[in-house]
Each structure stands twice: as structure tokens, then as C-alpha cells.
Design a binder for this molecule. Sequence first.
Ligand SMILES: [Fe+2]
Length: 290
Amino acid sequence: MNSPFDLDNTEGYQRWREQKLAAAPASVNELIVEVRDPRALTPAEHAALAGCVRRCNMAIYASAMHGEDTDIPRLLGAQFGLKQLDSNWLAGDDGISEIRVFDGGTRQHYIPYTDRPIKWHTDGYYNPPERQIRGMVLHCVRNAASGGENQLMDHEMAYLLLRDKDPRHIHALMQADAMTIPERVDETDGVRAAQGGPVFSLDATGHLHMRYTARTRSIEWKQDAATLAAVAALEQLLASNTPHVFQALLEPGMGLLCNNVLHDRGAFTDNAAHPRLLYRARYLDRISDE
Ligand SMILES: [Fe+2]
């Protein structure tokens, strides 16, 4: 394999690294594309969003479509090759989850369905290998009265900055037993067995995939010096003032289209008359390169 993410491919990595840094957005504003109808993009809108994704694995569309319609994220995603929805047991019948505050039932026990902050993670880090989440659309129907912003970081840039710091961090985070989710009841599968795996891995086409959570409960890191040092370096990177972490507040009609990049969410306060509502569509597919 000739992937720049292969630790043995120094030359390929250096070439990729230079291009990556040269193309890196300087501000979140470079990622926002105004679109008339996310369900049916014009060729220019599609090209602008695809261009952002090529640079940093994410793009934000901004539209005036404020309605409650799960077709918006579904049809937007389909235009980028996102088709295999990973439905979980709390998603709606159509496989798209409503992210809002639930005061009763099972959902109130899971942080996404509360108004509390969510630490840095990639989605579906607890999924089995055959159901890794590669693509995602997060569409805002209503925002909170205050808060609820997201921090975003391209996982390839996190890889780059960690590899620059010390390639041994990458080696440690690519170990097949680096990160284990103990057996528990979770949002996706109900009761499920312990799930071990790497943080960084390459898919069949050489693309980089990342599993990560900054949670300290319900997660077991491999207890060796190299893994613990790498995890600490990643935590430091995410808490640093690197210009490669973007802050975004999705407003009604806006949405994030991404290859499951690193993200978090700030706490928020709802307006009781218009509580925050986001649709989350998770896909087994990556955004198509075309
Ligand atoms: Fe998430």
C-alpha cells in the first residue's frame, strides 16, 4: 500500500504533509458554503463543498431551509456518496437520529440527548470494525438559546501534528489493542461485548480512519508507556490553541458534512418554546472523492 499514513512511507508522508499544510483552512469561514437547497445542490455548490472536504475532511453548508425534514441531511449526504446509514437502536425508523434533550425514556441516560457538554470524540468509536462510521451529516433544525457550539478538527491534521511531534505516538495509536471499550450497554447496540481496536487505522483504499474518545469512563487504554504517552500528547493537542481547531455554531438550516472528524459539543441552554434539534446521520461510507 502506498498510503502517506503508512509509517514506513516517509517520502510519501512528507509530500502529503506539505500539501496538507498548504491547503489547510486558516479559519472556519473558509469551510462555510451558502447553498439554496441542500437536497439538490447546484454543480457550483457541490464543487465548493467537495473542495472543502478534500482540504480538511469537512464542510459546513448554510441554507435557509429551517423545516423538520430528515430528507435534508439524507439527500445532501447522498449527493456525496453517503448511502449506508448506520442505524442504531435510538435512531428514528429512517436511521437518522434526533439530537435533542429527552427528559424521559432511555435516551436521557446518554449525553448526546442532554444539554451537557460532550468531550472530544469521533462518532461510533465503540462500533465493531465492520461498522465503523466513516461519514456523517449533522443538520441543525433549531439551535439553543445559548451554547451548543462545536469544536472541530480534521483527524488527518491531528495525525500530522502528532507524527511531527513523535512518530512513535502514531505507532502506539495504530496498535490493534490500543483502545478498548469494555462490555456495556450502549447507544448503538444495546448490550454489546468489549470492543478493542486501534485509534488510527487505514481502510482498504489507504484512507485514514480514527476512533477516539476523551471520556475516561467506559474506556480502557493499553497500559504501556508508549500508548499512555501518545494519548497524553493527543489530549494536549486538542486542548492547545492550535489554529487547526475550528469553532462552529450551527444555526437553523446549517449543517456539517464530514468524514467523521474529531469534534466536541459545548453545554447549552434551551429556549423551552424552540428546543435545540439536530439531525445526525452516520454512514459506513466515506465522502466520495469525485
Ligand atoms: Fe459526535
